[in-house]
Design a protein around this ligand. Structure first.
Ligand code: CAA
Length: 259
């Protein structure tokens, strides 16, 4: 398959690396990229020869800096809700439910939809340069790709509440302390460590791994994701959303009124 925004490379017989390649926009997730990631992951999932996938961002700065703000800033509430629902189904839920394990190698900023993608992956490893956060409320919106649900699943409700309400970024060490990532590596060693982890997984039975992922996922309910999409859309009707997204594009601080 040919992709405009991805580089797909097999690192060994059973291990595939998918690099998100939109570095000038810090790998921000637009609709085309979401569709391409789905297609590339589906191709890996359906290939019995592929036993693990590593996801990484291109460039030295970002894993993924979020959903593409410039793409959605003029959407209606209905379009906002649809963006969230479709993205969740096509990419975020899809990754989580894959039988082929996916490792997020977080090489820089993982913000908004970028952290949400890492949260949907089965394992997260971070470079010491990584910065993670869900800054959506600073734009007048909320996380819409499962972040309100999965962040709390990974690090607990209290810390998730703090990260989402402050919108602040945390560094890799704090992410490790929170249990958000399982390992922190020197920046230049990140891919090697992700490969070592993949190799440890690939020694085991692929069918048992797929069953283990299903069993672990079965503990978590689905209702909250629908609520998140609805409320994500609701935010698009507010003046704060217009102000927050416009301020981002104009590179200034927003002036929120609560309307
Ligand atoms: N969407 C669209 N474009 C983005 C982007 C995003 N999420 N993040 C960065 N970019 C673009 C910038 O607009 C800029 O483009 P121009 O050169 O054309 O102006 C380019 O990438 C480089 O970014 P900066 O100049 O801002 O780089 P910086 O080093 O000064 O700052 C940053 C880096 C702190 C990551 C900053 O870019 C930033 O805050 N980005 C937005 C992060 C964010 O709010 N993410 C959440 C998005 S909303 C979301 O994800 C919703 C959801 O859950 C569904």
């Amino acid at each position: 398959m040919k992709f405009n925004n991805l580089i797909v490379k097999d690192l060994s017989e059973h291990l595939r690396l998918i690099t998100i390649n939109r570095p000038r926009q810090l790998n921000a997730l637009n609709r085309e990229l979401i569709r391409e990631l789905h297609d590339a992951l589906e191709e890996a999932e359906k290939d019995p020869g592929i036993r693990a996938v590593i996801l990484m961002g291109s460039g030295d700065k970002a894993f993924i800096a979020g959903a593409d703000i410039k793409e959605f800033m003029h959407f209606t509430p209905e379009e906002g809700e649809q963006l969230s629902r479709e993205g969740q189904q096509l990419l975020f839920d899809y990754v989580e439910q894959m039988g082929t394990p996916v490792i997020a190698a977080i090489n820089g900023y993982a913000l908004g939809g970028g952290l949400e993608l890492a949260l949907a992956a089965h394992i997260r490893i971070a470079s010491e340069k990584a910065r993670m956060g869900l800054p959506e409320v600073s734009l007048g919106v909320i996380p819409g790709y499962g972040g309100t649900q999965r962040l709390a699943q990974h690090i607990g409700k209290g810390r998730a509440m703090e990260m989402i309400l402050t919108g602040k970024m945390i560094d890799a060490r704090r992410a490790y302390d929170y249990g958000l990532v399982s390992e922190v590596t020197p920046h230049e060693k990140l891919l090697d460590v992700a490969v070592e982890t993949a190799e440890a997984i690939m020694k085991n039975s692929p069918s048992a791994i797929a069953l283990a992922i299903r069993a672990i996922n079965s503990a978590y309910g689905r209702d909250g994701f629908k609520v998140e999409s609805r409320l994500f859309g609701q935010a698009f009707a507010t003046e704060d959303f217009k102000e927050g997204t416009t301020a981002f594009v104009e590179k200034r601080k927003p002036r929120f009124t609560g309307k």
